[in-house]
Design a protein around this ligand. Structure first.
Ligand code: FAD
Length: 374
């Protein structure tokens, strides 16, 4: 017997997972998604034999995703298989030169020895420290519910954090340890995913280098959307009612209790809401004014991570020289970053990324064609 009617707003990865988790705990769940298809930023679309993942393309930390499946009493491998990419990715430099980043540690050490003197020794020390940070983040903090600042007081973690000087920037940490421009660029790259420049991200986040270089880059067969499809299958199996193509417009609340959600002139009765859309949007548009925690002026002062411009291109021939993931670092990162972050504008000489899934997955493009995501 299901208890408590809960409505999940948003059918992206977090909303879908939350719906599965609640349904599994015996909660009666309805999920409402404004788009016609599920996945949110991880949506997919197909056209003329090409199938594109619209957002995420890097599958890192596979063991954490597997743990999420385990928590649902499921096995990820019953839904999709993962393959490790080799090389993990290719970095293009000026003048058409490139470096492949191997998934194998001894090949990676050889590469760092080629990049600079004692490169492998420095790399090993750097990754050992990065591993400690990764363990602090995943074991000491990530599993906490995030309900109180006291969760952040963990003496063991704090001692390690101070020892590793995690508050200096990623850029200065890397620059202190490595001299070669290429080694520095390779090690500064992963934190770009966090929407800031390495010079403004604390070196705690070199944990991403451990994730990148030690744990590897993986690909779910069929594309990143395989994860969305798996969660949708589990949600339906657990009895989640899924409504797509409809927007939640506002919450009906009396005092602090929620009684319903307005959806296209109708009220969807509910006892609880779990909103997985962007915090700023949900709070300022759906929550009645008197229950909002923050004011418009608070939000106006926040700096949001930048957007990106994406092209999905199907090409009627194979493009030689590409790997599955390709980073074009053939222009100056600092100049690129200044134009984006300090004086927000389009960079004159942008660095960019190309994912060519058809290099390793023949199902994402017709035969003899290439599937490109810029
Ligand atoms: C271009 C791009 C590349 C990325 N690359 C990677 C990557 O390589 N690897 C990686 O791990 N992560 C990557 N990410 C991040 C990852 O995609 C996101 O963190 C993740 O998909 C967010 O999921 P979410 O469910 O929290 O949010 P969302 O995907 O934003 O889901 C929120 C959902 O709520 C819905 N919604 C909002 N308001 C309403 C409403 N009022 N009524 C009904 N529905 C509503 C939205 O339509 C959306 O479907 C990338 C993101 C982007 C944009």
């Amino acid at each position: 017997m299901k208890t408590t009617k809960t409505t999940v707003i948003g059918g992206g990865l977090s909303g879908l997972y939350a719906a599965c988790y609640l349904a599994k705990k015996g909660v009666q769940v309805t999920l409402i998604e404004k788009n016609e298809t599920l996945g949110g930023r991880a949506r997919a679309f197909s056209e003329k034999g090409f199938s594109f993942d619209m957002g995420p393309s890097w599958y890192w930390m596979p063991e954490l995703v597997d743990e999420l499946f385990n928590d649902l009493g499921e096995k990820r491998e019953n839904y999709f298989r993962l393959k490790q990419l080799e090389p993990s990715y290719r970095v293009f430099w000026k003048n058409g030169e490139f470096t492949d980043i191997p998934s194998n540690m001894s090949a990676l050490e050889n590469l760092f020895n080629e990049l600079e003197e004692n490169g492998s020794v420095k790399l090993r020390k750097f990754l050992k420290d990065a591993q400690v940070k990764y363990e602090i983040a995943t074991k000491d903090f990530m599993q906490n519910p995030g309900l109180s600042w006291f969760e952040l007081i963990n003496w063991r973690a704090l001692k390690n954090a101070l020892k590793l000087d995690v508050f200096k920037s990623v850029e200065s940490d890397v620059a202190k340890r490595f001299k070669s421009e290429k080694a520095r660029a390779i090690l500064n790259f992963p934190v770009l995913f966090l929407g800031e420049m390495p010079s403004r991200i604390p070196s705690l986040y070199t944990l991403m280098n451990y994730v990148d270089l030690e744990l590897g880059t993986w690909y779910p067969e069929g594309g990143m959307h395989a994860l969305v499809k798996a969660l949708e299958t589990i949600a339906r199996k657990e009895g989640v009612e899924i409504i797509t193509g409809k927007s939640a417009e506002s919450f009906e609340m009396n005092e602090s209790n929620i009684s319903g959600i307005k959806v296209e002139n109708a009220i969807l009765k509910t006892e609880q809401v779990l909103a997985s859309g962007d915090y700023h949007f949900i709070e300022q548009n759906l929550v009645p004014e008197k229950f909002r925690r923050y004011s418009p002026s608070y939000w106006n002062k926040r700096k949001l991570a930048p957007s990106c411009l994406i092209f999905y291109v199907g090409v009627s021939k194979k493009i030689p020289g590409l790997q599955h993931h390709n980073l074009f670092f053939d222009e100056d990162l600092t100049a690129h970053g200044k134009q984006i972050y300090e004086n927000p504008s389009w960079p004159d000489k942008p660095l960019f990324y190309v994912s060519a899934t058809s290099v390793t997955d023949s199902t994402t493009a017709p035969e003899g064609c290439e599937n490109l995501f810029f």
